[in-house]
Design a protein around this ligand. Structure first.
Ligand SMILES: Cc1cc2nc3c(=O)[nH]c(=O)nc-3n(C[C@H](O)[C@H](O)[C@H](O)COP(=O)(O)O)c2cc1C
Length: 265
């Protein structure tokens, strides 16, 4: 049986992961389990309370997850048996996160009680958005989240890994060269269309790594991890990568990603 208090840490670029987290919270709350929701990007991992069960939720990026999310995991404190569960959302496949994350957590003394991966709509430069297809993915994803939350409560969840595939892909996808030079190169090409820009600063407020500075117009520095937030939420679609075609995808409103209390039970 799951205990009575969970600290749930999540990052969500465009809202898929947040929807899943909130669905799980509904199940936990119905069973009298108190959930405190925290944003990964606003939390100092070294200060995480290891006296409570920990939940981790994040999107898959490049068969892994974003470097700043990895930094959070790597900096969690040592403990003695704190139960931890994870959930990720993805468009199709994440070969290299469940196993390597377990390895990091086990080395720090955590008790890995459950891992679940959920397919949700693609947010990575979608060329077109099919509402019907996406609605099926949402419904299936939310159903899977509810089942997973029940399994966690009943002690029936597990954290399985695909030993060789996971390790191999992790080394291919998560090495410094792939992450910073190839996968994230797009981030250095993001610009704003000054004719359209409202100078509202939403892109800057949404950026999880504080990479966007508001001068007269937004200016992108060098630490973009291409989480898609600035590109997806600009109210006038003024944030772009020259030559790269995409439709803005968002599963929630921007204010839901900015609000500190959204989803807290
Ligand atoms: C930079 C980037 C890389 C991605 N790489 C993968 C991937 O390797 N495999 C996959 O299945 N989905 C991938 N996706 C899709 C997202 O994981 C998926 O749409 C996720 O549900 C988005 O969650 P969010 O809305 O909470 O950010 C990627 C998305 C981004 C932005």
């Amino acid at each position: 049986m799951l205990g009575s208090d969970i600290n749930f840490f999540y990052y969500s670029g465009t809202g898929n992961t947040l929807l899943i987290v909130n669905e799980m919270i509904k199940i936990f709350s119905a069973k009298g389990i108190q959930v405190n929701l925290h944003k990964i990007e606003h939390t100092d991992p070294k200060k995480v309370d290891t006296g409570k069960i920990i939940g981790l939720a994040f999107p898959v990026a490049f068969q892994s997850t974003f470097p700043f999310v990895w930094d959070f995991f790597n900096d969690l404190p040592q403990t003695e048996g704190t139960p931890v569960f994870m959930i990720d959302t993805m468009m199709a496949f994440s070969g290299a996160i469940v196993g390597p994350l377990k390895k990091v957590l086990v080395s720090k003394g955590y008790n890995c009680i459950g891992a679940c991966e959920i397919v949700m709509p693609n947010n990575w430069f979608p060329k077109k958005i099919n509402d019907e297809e996406n609605s099926d993915k949402f419904n299936n994803g939310l159903r899977k989240a509810r089942v997973y939350a029940e399994e966690l409560i009943d002690g029936k969840a597990s954290w399985n890994r695909i030993p060789f595939l996971s390790k191999g892909l992790y080394h291919i996808c998560c090495n410094d060269f792939m992450m910073k030079r190839i996968n994230l190169a797009d981030g250095r090409r993001i610009i704003v269309n000054k004719d359209k820009c409202l100078k509202c600063g939403l892109c800057s407020r949404l950026c999880p790594v504080n990479n966007i500075e508001m001068k007269e117009y937004p200016v992108w520095h060098d630490s973009c991890e291409v989480c898609m937030r600035c590109l997806s939420f600009c109210p006038v679609n003024a944030v772009l990568i020259p030559g790269k075609e995409f439709k803005q995808y968002r599963a929630v409103k921007a204010k839901e990603l900015l609000s500190e209390n959204f989803g807290e039970s």
